[in-house]
Design a protein around this ligand. Structure first.
Ligand code: ADP
Ligand code: MG
Length: 482
């Protein structure tokens, strides 16, 4: 989904903390991997393997089945991506790896990670096949079989039934976020997909949690799998967590005071209900805060736009339901707030785990109404912690705190269909030297539309340049998103 312009790459290095001393400083170089893959990992700033990577990769490279549980943000994608790329024969044009994901966002993130790691291997074709997208372009892309397919169950089945996708020579099957797929009722679809797969293959199951049904899923689809579970206590220890006792009517005020305390650049607020997300977003706008809501009732294009604005830092606050936020790879979250506690302690652990990812320190704060105290008790019981509620009186007043997002998003009415690339936008913006490359943030080229993030102070100049000039000889309309 996202393309980073050359000025911003390589990606900033995240250095995840190893979970225990046995994992310290295991570098990818110690593994028998293709040089192109090692080079790509290095270019991405992956110097040290995360625990799930160091514990799974030797097994994966051997070709054995694997079931791995590790918390969100622990680097599971790169673990399977590296292994399947290492097995790939790019000179053979048939589909060799299939990754099944619960949501389109996740599928696109997985495909991006695979493409980044495959950068050094020429001509590797990775295709995403997800619902909510037109069939036409997918059919066109399938005319020549992609090496790697990443998709959501329903759309994959559709292509299998139409025989536009052939997976009878797949060597690696990955079920990513398997717990989530079970929760969304995809089990029958996966069963049906299995009918099209060869019986001899490597099957990998990745999951953030380990409900009983996972064991059943594994028994149905895997042969003698290696089982890896990474304790999640260590990474979570870096999160500073607090709970505030609140009355229903004071909740907005307490959120504002939390923002005043932490002055975060990016905040994710969880609500249990869609309508609550919308309401809170509107309330935050009233306070002149740049907030967006993310939930399942939105059109796909709105979800894309919202996520892009949040990840490129032109929205400071995202108010989301658990389902909408699940599996999103948004790094650098400064603050997670629970507007309401979840009734499920495991969900709470996931929410809080969104901050402090890949070894960064994070902050999480939860509002607790008297009626929710039993939920806090359940969370304490589940994690064996003893958090008590604090009085919000200890928080600073909201007052005149100014919290503007550092960036602004401009949209341009052209995209991949017009053969636009991030470099074209970068060129159009920097050619006259009125705008410096460092003022330009993420560039996301979608099918029919492109989003470019600009530092606030350069946005006006950029808008004028784009509207008055041409990109690759053609005029496009640009506008500033609010
Ligand atoms: P998971 O699937 O376990 O939730 P991801 O695969 O999405 O986690 O990885 C989370 C983040 O960590 C990504 O931004 C990824 O680029 C980064 N990452 C993965 N492996 C490494 C590594 N070895 N070193 C540094 N960062 C890594
Ligand atoms: Mg993942």
């Amino acid at each position: 989904m996202s393309q980073t312009p050359p000025s911003n790459s390589p990606k900033p290095a995240n250095s995840p903390k190893p979970a225990n001393s046995a994992d310290i400083l295991s570098s990818f170089d110690s593994l028998p991997l293709r040089g192109e893959i090692l080079a790509a990992a290095k270019a991405l700033g992956y110097t040290v393997m995360t625990p799930v990577q160091s514990q799974s990769l030797p097994t994966l490279i051997e070709g054995r089945d694997l079931i791995a549980q590790a918390k969100t943000g622990s680097g599971k994608t790169a673990a399977f991506a590296i292994s399947l790329l290492n097995r790939l024969d790019e000179t053979q044009y048939h589909t060799q790896a299939l990754i099944v994901c619960p949501t389109r966002e996740l599928a696109e993130q997985v495909a991006e990670e695979i493409r980044r790691l495959a950068r050094g291997i020429p001509n590797v074709k990775t295709l995403t096949l997800c619902g909510g997208r037109p069939m036409g372009p997918q059919l066109a892309s399938l005319k020549r079989a992609p090496h790697i397919v990443v998709g959501t169950p329903g759309r994959l089945l559709k292509h299998l039934e139409k025989q536009t996708l052939k997976i009878n020579k797949v060597e690696t099957l990955v079920l990513d976020e398997a717990d989530r797929m079970l929760g969304m009722g995809f089990i029958e679809d996966i069963d049906d997909i299995d009918d099209y797969l060869p019986t001899t293959r490597q099957t990998l199951l990745f999951s953030a949690t380990y409900p009983d049904e996972i064991a059943q899923l594994s028994a149905n689809f895997q042969t003698d799998p290696v089982d890896i579970r990474i304790e999640s206590d260590a990474p979570n220890a870096q999160i500073e967590e607090s709970f505030y006792e609140v009355d229903r009517v004071d909740r907005l005020q307490v959120i504002l005071r939390l923002l005043a305390l932490h002055k975060p650049e990016s905040t994710l607020i969880f609500c249990n209900q869609k309508h609550q997300c919308e309401q809170l977003k509107d309330d935050l706008w009233e306070e002149k805060l740049h907030a967006s809501a993310l939930h399942g009732d939105m059109e796909q294009y709105e979800r894309d736009r919202t996520l892009i604005q949040f990840s490129n830092k032109s929205t400071s606050i995202l108010v989301a339901t658990d389902v909408a936020a699940r599996g999103l790879d948004i790094n650098e979250l400064d603050l997670v707030i629970n507007f309401e506690l979840s009734a499920d302690p495991e969900v709470h652990v996931h929410r809080v785990g969104r901050t402090g990812r890949a070894g960064r320190a994070g902050v999480a704060a939860s509002l607790v109404m008297r009626s929710e105290e039993n939920r806090l008790a359940a969370i304490n019981n589940y994690r064996r912690t003893s958090h008590e509620t604090l009085s919000p009186d200890i928080l600073p007043a909201w007052g005149n705190v100014k919290l503007y997002p550092p960036m602004v998003t401009l949209s341009i009415g052209g995209g991949k269909r017009d053969k636009l690339r991030p470099g074209d936008l970068l060129g159009a913006l920097t050619a006259s030297k009125e705008i410096d490359g460092i003022s330009i943030g993420k560039i996301n080229v979608l099918d029919k539309i492109t989003y470019v993030a600009l530092a606030q102070e350069s946005a006006k100049t950029a808008l004028a340049l784009l509207n008055e000039g041409k990109i690759k000889g053609k005029r496009y309309q640009a506008r500033r998103l609010r």
